[in-house]
Design a binder for this molecule. Structure first.
Ligand SMILES: [Zn+2]
Length: 726
């Protein structure tokens, strides 16, 4: 690991002579798409597609299916304990599979930085006999995700009871999950539902953890080894493929996530058709689009992300000296957030409008002052909202809008009569206009990048966004009345959201700034292009008188730890809660490697505690779930910063009163194991952190006891301490 420009980079050995001549060119940012290296090994039958961050292998002797996914800086040698199989159950109940195809036809080509692999073969009976059904799979390897198109080809009259384009078993460590339900308005879902994840845990040996089973194929499912790594799948934008294609009726599928004993793991199957007794005739061709994605992990700890916001503030723009104070406090990024009429003066940034203010020079001054002191800047865009006052809304709002089955638009009001904008769907001309609108702002102002609100795909029933009425890329799409609009079958706009994220990274460049907000709908595929994520604005239980135990925090508190997350305190802590909960919020954020957002005074107070680490990105981080440190008190928790030869242990007490705990270190379980730790010291608490004078000296701890029966340590109430072991 090296550090450059305050960002974490992975250095790879550049083999090309040209790259050797320019060492700077060998540094790769996690967010910047790179080419794959592809190797086809004829003797082992493995086709491997590799980047510095992950490898995916297809087994050409077993149907050409994906048999291994591994993250360079993850934990599991393979996130799959069974390959990703296609299964069909015929009308006699026999299971056909592509795994038994011994010699599929496989092609491979490069398209820009992406790799396209096609696999064609026959579904086979368990005894190896070929069936009449062929399957053609096209895998588009993009940055951090694979877009998969599965096409089943059948002669006339083939009847089947079950079609399952995705069946696999995952490592049991991916035991935290979330899925976005596949129900629509017709199935009783609220027409403009946000589609938040349904969260749960599925741990082997925990009988209280329930199997997930639903007749409606979910739109997405994310599975996480919390704080460590993960894997997700989601369906493409055309939901009719999954909901209606095979039977014309919704709810005929079966998606199951259940514990599997042989092999041990989490068995996942996603079947748009599943019946125990009723068979349907397969069409001659049916297509299913879905994705697999994983977090791009750099394997290094994140610096606390210190962020704040500004707005026009009645024309009283942030003065230069205030921005200087931001820099002194350690603020790294800011963004302009002004999507509503906060001051009742009518001057705010109406989504999609430009220019938003009469005094854009004041806006530019703030941005320039930030740049002057090394603070990076972004401005707010809603990926889903367009203000009705804009010409674009008046001309295209009906055509671009996210609609229910009735054809209504949804306007987002923040108080009666005052709105942010109407909801748009990216699967329309809105996508191209949004890009135009973002580009217009980035071109005209000294910004480092963007802040995306509503960075999520949503169900939409605007029939203009389906089939022939849909615009080609670069076009703004059909107008109302220009297409004979049959009722919509239902779609969401995930293909287009990914397009927007890739475009955005390309637009702001490798050093540009991309911040996304995705409360309740985090996704690896989109976050891989972002520098920072904002989370937990709503959707979880409010903190009123007590901070929750660490294990009760939402999964999105740090997800897989791939990138710095800001957890929103104003969305989490009840406004009447005691102030000390803000201190605990900061402590719990730090124990997860996250940061309160925007940075609170309690955050600034806690940051100096980590100062002894120096370059934080030179460490690996393990959150409160680490197995290296054991504390005897349930209201105390630890996190670990580890690098070769040394570790820092962050020990926190979430109770108001001091706690004496027994602390045991298992040095072999540190991210960088310490074979023979020689010294352990409790570091003085900085005055800025405790609000009390500096303790004078570091206190030596008995390292043998620390790694043996444990040392007794008193941790002050609502506070944390740091122990250095080497
Ligand atoms: Zn739509």
């Amino acid at each position: 690991m090296t550090r450059a420009s305050g960002l974490c980079f992975v250095t790879v050995l550049a083999l090309a002579a040209g790259a050797l001549a320019d060492p700077g060119a060998a540094r790769i940012s996690r967010t910047w798409p790179q080419a794959y290296s592809v190797e086809r090994n004829e003797s082992s039958g493995i086709l491997s597609l590799r980047t510095p961050f992950y490898v995916v292998e297809q087994d050409l002797n077993r149907g050409g299916v994906i048999a291994r996914i591994a993250l360079t800086h993850g934990k599991a040698a393979n996130l799959l304990v069974r390959p990703v199989e296609t299964r069909v159950r015929d009308d006699g109940g026999a299971v056909l599979t592509d795994l038994l195809e011994p010699a599929p036809t496989v092609t491979h080509r490069r398209e820009g930085l992406n790799e396209i692999v096609t696999v064609e073969g026959t579904l086979r009976h368990q005894d190896g006999r070929a069936s009449a059904i062929r399957v053609k799979t096209t895998l588009q390897y993009r940055w951090g995700y694979i877009k998969i198109r599965k096409e089943l080809l059948a002669p006339p009259g083939v009847r089947v009871r079950e079609v399952c384009p995705l069946s696999t078993t995952l490592v049991p460590s991916l035991s935290d999950y979330g899925y976005r339900e596949g129900r629509t308005e017709e199935d009783g879902a609220s027409p403009f539902a946000f589609g938040s994840n349904v969260w749960g845990k599925l741990r082997l040996g925990q009988p209280s953890d329930k199997t997930v089973q639903t007749r409606h194929v979910p739109r997405s499912m994310i599975l996480v080894d919390a704080g460590v790594e993960g894997l997700e799948w989601f369906v493409g934008s055309d939901l009719a493929q999954w909901d209606l294609q095979l039977t014309g009726r919704r709810g005929q599928g079966q998606c199951v996530l259940q514990a599997s004993q042989d092999p041990p793991g989490l068995a996942l199957s996603v079947a748009p058709l599943s019946s125990t007794d009723e068979a349907v005739v397969l069409p001659s061709s049916c297509v299913f689009d879905f994705y697999l994605a994983f977090p791009i992990l750099e394997g290094c700890a994140h610096r606390p992300w210190l962020h704040t916001t500004f707005n026009r503030n009645r024309g009283a723009w942030v003065p230069t000296d205030e921005i200087g104070r931001w820099a002194e406090k350690g603020i790294q990024t800011v963004h302009c957030h002004n999507d509503g009429d906060y001051y009742g003066d009518g001057l705010f940034w109406r989504d999609g409008s430009y220019p938003p203010y009469p005094d854009m020079d004041g806006y530019d001054k703030v941005l320039k002052d930030c740049r002057q002191v090394g603070i990076r800047t972004a401005t707010y865009f809603s990926n889903k909202e367009l203000h009705p006052s804009t010409k674009e809304f008046q001309e295209h709002g009906e055509a671009w809008g996210r609609k229910n089955r009735n054809g209504d638009l949804r306007h987002n009001f923040y108080r009666p009569g005052a709105e942010y904008g109407a909801q748009m769907c990216l699967r329309s001309g809105w996508l191209e206009f949004l890009k135009f609108s973002i580009d217009r702002v980035l071109k005209n102002h000294p910004l480092d990048g963007v802040y995306y609100d509503w960075n999520t795909a949503l169900l939409c029933c605007n029939p203009l966004h389906e089939t022939a009425a849909r615009p080609a890329p670069g076009e703004r799409g059909a107008e109302p009345g220009s297409a004979a609009a049959a009722p919509a079958k239902g779609h969401w706009d995930i293909d287009e959201l990914l397009d927007l994220m890739e475009w955005t990274r390309h637009r702001v460049g490798p050093d540009g700034l991309v911040i996304v907000h995705n409360t309740t709908t985090p996704m690896f595929a989109t976050e891989n292009f972002a520098d920072y994520v904002v989370a937990t604005e709503w959707g979880y239980r409010k903190w009123t008188d007590r901070a929750p135990d660490m294990q009760d925090l939402p999964l999105e508190w740090n997800l897989a730890g791939a990138l710095p997350r800001g957890v929103i305190s104003y969305g989490t802590i009840d406004k009447n809660a005691p102030r000390r909960l803000h201190r605990l919020f900061a402590l719990e954020a730090f124990l997860g490697g996250s940061t309160p957002w925007p940075a609170s005074e309690e955050t600034f107070a806690l940051v100096p505690l980590l100062k002894p680490l120096g370059d934080i990105e030179s460490y690996r981080f393990a959150d409160w779930r680490n197995q290296a440190v054991a504390l005897s008190d349930a209201r105390c928790a630890s996190a670990v910063y580890s690098r070769a030869g040394e570790s820092y242990l962050l020990l926190a007490n979430l109770d108001q009163t001091p706690r004496e705990v027994t602390c045991v270190l298992h040095p072999e379980k540190l991210p960088h194991p310490l074979p023979q730790p020689a010294t352990a010291r409790r570091l003085p608490t900085p005055a800025a952190s405790s609000g009390k004078p500096d303790q004078q000296d570091a206190a030596a701890l008995d390292v043998r006891q620390l790694i043996g029966q444990g040392v007794k340590i008193t941790i002050p109430g609502d506070d944390a301490i740091l122990i250095h072991v080497r």
